[in-house]
Design a protein around this ligand. Structure first.
Ligand code: KIV
Ligand code: ZN
Length: 520
C-alpha cells in the first residue's frame, strides 16, 4: 500500500510561546528550532513576525540556520503582518507564510465586526499578497471548530483559488469531540479533494487535542499542528510526541500514513523545551513525563522484569530515553566528552560559547560529584537569558541566627561596571536578600511567585529557582531564573535575572553577545 505522509507542523515557538511564562529569547528559539529540525519536523512555525521586534529577529535568524525544515511565520490577514512575515523568512531555503482570519459567527460579529463576505475578501487579499512573496501559503479559518461548514467550504474555495496550498481548520477553543472533528474533516476532505492539504490545529481545553488530531488524520487531514510537551495558549495544543507515538505504536490503525519524525529525538526535544521554558511536563504526562516508564506496583515490576511488554507498550529507547541519559560526567571528563554530550543533547554552540560553557561545567564539577544530562541542560540554558551591561551578583552573605533578624549583605556589579555593597534585613532570608537588591539597584520589585526545584539528583543537586517579579504595578510580572548549588545564590540570581529582563525589554539594557562565565 502507498503510504501518505502526515506533515508535522510544529508551533512550539509560536503558539507554544503563548503559554503563560513560556516566552523565549532569540538564542533559545534558535536552539529549539535546530532541535526540531533534528527531530524531523516538516514545518517550524518560528513565530509571529509582526508581533514584536524580538519575534521578527528570532524568525529571521532561524530562517538563516534551518536548512531542512520549512520555516514559517504567522500573519493576520493584514498587509503589514504579511510583509513583515515575508521579510522575516526571506532567507530560508524552504519558507511558508501562514495567514489567518476568524470564520465563526461569534468571532466575525464581535471580534472582527465584519460580514462573512468582507471576511472572504480579506482572506483572499491576504493569500494573494502572501503568494506574491512565497509559493507555500497556508490559510487558517480561526475558530473553524465553531464555524458553519458551508462557510468553511466557501472561504476555502476562494483562498485555494487565490493560491493557498494548505487549509487549516483549528479548533481554536478546544470544544470539539472526536466524532465532531471526524465529521468536519471528512466533509471538508470530500469537498476539497486534492486541491489543498487539510490541516488541523487542536487546542486541549477538554483534554481532547491529541484524540481530535488522530481522528482528523483518519478522516483525511494530512497536516497536524502540534507542540513539544503540548505547550500552547491556555490548556495548550496537541502534543507532538503523543500524536507521533500513537501513530507509531498503533500502526495497525494508521497503516496508510507515516511521519518523518525521528522518534529517538523526542525525549531530548522535550527536555530542551522544558529546560528553556522552565515548564516541566506533569510527571504522569504521556510519553515524556518523568513517570511515563516508572512501574510502581510490585505486580507491574514483576511483570516488566519477566517480559517488558507486559506493561510497556513501547520502549524508552524508542523516544531516545536510554542509558545515555543517565551517563554521568564528572570533574575528570574532558572537553571532548563535554562537547559530545552537548551535541547529543541537541545544543549547537559557537566555539567561544563552548569554551565558556566548559569553564562553567568544570566549576560545577568541582562542587558536584556526578553531573547528569539535566544539569548540563540547565548550565547551558541558564546562560542564554543573560543580557549585556546588566546587574550581576558578585557576592552574597547571609546572617540568620535562629530567632534573630534575617539579614543579607549583597555586592552587585552595576551596569556601568562599578561594584556596590549594601546590607539589609527582612521578614525572612529571601525577603532580606531581595530587599537589599532593591536598595542597591534602585528598582523595587514585588514578588508574585517563587519556585525552587532540584535539577537532577543528589544532596549536592543544583537548585533552579524561578521567580516572577513585577517592577511596575501596571505591567505584567517578569520571569527570572537562577541556578546554583546554593539555593539562596540561585534565588538572588533569579531576582536579578528578572530585573535584567525587565530593563532589557524596556530597551534599558543590551543583549549580551559573548558571555563571561558565571560561577555556579
Ligand atoms: O488556535 C488558533 O486558531 C491559532 C491560529 C492562529 C492557527 O493558533
Ligand atoms: Zn492556536
Amino acid at each position: 500500500m502507498n503510504k501518505e505522509q502526515i506533515i508535522i507542523f510544529d508551533t512550539t515557538l509560536r503558539d507554544g510561546e503563548q503559554s503563560p511564562g513560556a516566552s523565549m529569547n532569540t538564542k533559545e528559539k534558535i536552539q529549539i528550532a535546530l532541535q526540531l529540525e533534528r527531530l524531523g519536523v516538516d514545518v517550524i512555525e518560528a513565530g509571529f513576525a509582526a508581533a514584536s521586534g524580538g519575534d521578527f529577529e528570532a524568525i529571521n535568524q532561524i530562517a538563516q540556520v534551518v536548512k531542512n525544515s520549512t520555516v514559517c511565520s504567522l500573519a493576520r490577514a493584514l498587509e503589514h503582518d504579511i510583509t513583515e512575515a515575508a521579510r522575516a523568512i526571506e532567507n530560508a531555503p524552504k519558507k511558508r507564510i501562514h495567514t489567518f482570519i476568524a470564520t465563526s459567527p461569534i468571532h466575525m460579529e464581535y471580534k472582527l465586526k465584519m460580514t462573512p463576505s468582507q471576511v472572504i475578501k480579506k482572506a483572499v487579499e491576504a493569500v494573494e499578497l502572501a503568494k506574491s512573496f512565497v509559493d507555500d501559503v497556508e490559510f487558517s479559518c480561526e475558530d473553524a471548530g465553531r464555524s458553519d461548514i458551508e462557510f468553511l467550504k466557501e472561504i476555502s474555495d476562494a483562498v485555494i483559488e487565490a493560491g493557498a496550498k494548505t487549509i487549516n481548520l483549528p479548533d481554536t477553543v478546544g470544544i470539539r469531540m472526536p466524532s465532531e472533528i471526524a465529521d468536519m474533516i471528512s466533509q471538508m476532505y470530500k469537498y476539497i479533494g486534492n486541491r489543498a492539504i487539510i490541516s488541523v490545529h487542536n487546542h486541549n481545553d477538554l483534554g481532547l487535542a491529541v484524540a481530535n488530531s488522530l481522528e482528523a488524520i483518519k478522516n483525511g487531514a494530512r497536516q497536524v499542528e502540534c507542540t513539544i510537551n503540548g505547550l500552547g495558549e491556555r490548556a495548550g495544543n496537541a502534543a507532538l510526541e503523543e500524536i507521533v507515538m500513537a501513530l507509531k505504536v498503533r500502526e495497525d490503525m494508521f497503516s496508510n500514513v507515516y511521519t518523518n519524525i525521528n522518534t529517538k529525538e523526542i525525549y531530548p526535544s522535550s527536555r530542551m523545551v522544558a529546560s528553556i521554558t522552565g515548564i516541566e511536563p506533569q510527571p504522569n504526562k504521556a510519553i515524556v513525563g518523568k513517570n511515563a516508564f516508572a512501574h510502581e506496583s510490585g505486580i507491574h515490576q514483576d511483570g516488566v522484569l519477566k517480559h517488558k511488554q507486559t506493561y510497556e507498550i513501547f520502549s524508552p529507547e524508542e523516544i531516545g530515553l536510554n542509558k545515555e541519559d543517565t551517563l554521568v560526567l564528572g570533574k575528570h571528563s574532558g572537553r571532548a566528552a563535554f562537547k559530545d554530550k552537548l551535541e547529543k543533547l541537541g545544543f549547537k554552540l559557537e566555539s567561544n560559547e563552548l569554551n565558556q560553557a566548559f569553564e562553567r561545567f568544570k566549576e560545577l564539577a568541582d562542587k558536584k560529584k556526578d553531573i547528569y544530562d539535566d544539569d548540563i541542560r540547565a548550565l547551558i540554558t541558564s546562560n542564554m537569558a543573560k543580557v549585556d551591561k546588566a546587574y550581576e551578583l558578585v557576592a552574597l552573605q547571609l546572617m540568620d541566627s535562629t530567632g534573630g533578624v534575617p539579614s543579607a549583605a549583597v555586592t552587585i556589579k552595576m551596569p556601568d561596571g562599578a561594584e556596590l555593597t549594601d546590607a539589609g534585613i527582612g521578614d525572612g532570608t529571601i525577603d532580606a536578600v531581595f530587599k537589599t537588591i532593591d536598595r542597591i539597584t534602585g528598582h523595587k520589585g514585588v514578588l508574585k511567585d517563587y519556585k525552587v526545584k532540584s535539577v537532577s539528583q543528589g544532596k549536592d543537586a543544583l537548585a533552579s529557582v524561578n521567580v516572577q517579579v513585577a517592577f511596575n504595578k501596571d505591567e505584567p510580572a517578569v520571569i527570572g531564573n537562577g541556578l546554583s548549588i546554593d539555593t539562596m545564590l540561585a534565588s538572588a540570581r533569579a531576582y536579578l535575572g528578572a530585573l535584567n529582563s525587565y530593563l532589557s525589554m524596556k530597551g534599558m539594557l543590551k543583549k549580551r553577545h559573548s558571555q563571561s562565565g558565571d560561577s555556579i
